[in-house]
Design a protein around this ligand. Structure first.
Ligand code: NAP
Length: 237
């Protein structure tokens, strides 16, 4: 029997923006599966969110297919479907001149930010198709834009920025394939958020950074698909 409570999976949710996305979705009454690669950190974060609703730790390393497949099997057994997938897990890379970037450096970032998203999305899509209103939210970055003012200002990290450009492209590909289904697929940019990711240099709080993801995860049937958004609206790719 299909559970009527909405079930959401947030990857990389043991800290930072992902943890706040988990909190926000739990406050909206969803059962939230808090994905974390490290069980200790994941269980601790889920415990910290108990006052916000039903938040359950699930072991998930987006770069390990066995870990992803085990999590998907567990979700299928327990809930029979998934309503919301937030691909949040991400890693950065030091800034350097593009000509100095090695294949190994770029592959390391893509393993999580691009291939990890494909691994999770590919494995979980059958469960999202069982939802009456599936939503996929890819946590991207303005750094992934090729055309917005400031996209190449300063010395961006080519591995990181281009991984988010690739993530934006994946978003459009999935959205186009799923256009005639109830599933909506969008990318969200959280802004410059104070987390471990940037040694807490960001000017926004993780809670503020979670707002766009929560909005895209809870779009109604008239909401957009295949778009790129921040709190102020649509962004250019
Ligand atoms: P964060 O605090 O460093 O959190 C990153 C999360 O991803 C952690 O939970 C980390 O787990 C997890 N993670 C990394 N690799 C993983 C893997 N292989 N499998 C599962 N989980 C993994 O960073 P954040 O700022 O919240 O970043 C969250 C997302 O927002 C990222 O996609 C990032 O690119 C994006 N973003 C951030 C900013 C910003 O200003 N902070 C701006 C734009 C976009 P561990 O604790 O185990 O490492």
């Amino acid at each position: 029997m299909i559970n009527e409570t909405k079930v959401a999976l947030v990857t990389g949710a043991n800290k930072g923006i992902g943890k706040e996305i988990a909190r926000g979705l739990a406050r909206k009454g969803m059962t939230v599966l808090l994905g974390a690669r490290n069980p200790e950190r994941g269980r601790q974060a889920a415990r910290e969110l108990t006052a916000d609703g039903e938040v359950i730790f699930i072991q998930l390393d987006v770069t390990h297919e066995e870990s992803v497949n085990a999590a998907v099997q567990e979700i299928e057994k327990r809930y029979g479907k998934l309503d919301v997938l937030v691909n949040n897990a991400g890693v950065g890379a030091a800034r350097s001149k593009p000509g100095e970037v090695t294949t190994e450096q770029i592959r390391k970032v893509y393993e999580t930010n691009v291939f990890g998203v494909v691994t999770v999305t590919h494995a979980i899509l059958p469960l999202l198709r069982k939802s009456p209103a599936g939503r996929i939210v890819n946590i991207s970055s303005l750094r992934g834009s090729l055309s917005s003012p400031g996209a190449f200002v300063g010395q961006p990290s080519m591995p990181y920025s281009s991984s988010k450009t690739a993530l934006n492209a994946l978003t459009v590909h999935y959205a186009k394939e799923l256009a005639d289904t109830p599933i909506k697929v969008n990318a969200g940019a959280p802004g410059f958020v104070a987390t471990d990711f940037n040694n807490f240099a960001g000017e926004r709080t993780p809670e503020q950074g979670s707002v766009i993801a929560i909005k895209l995860a809870t779009l109604d049937e008239n909401g957009p698909t295949g778009g790129f958004f921040d709190d102020n609206g649509s962004l250019s790719w």
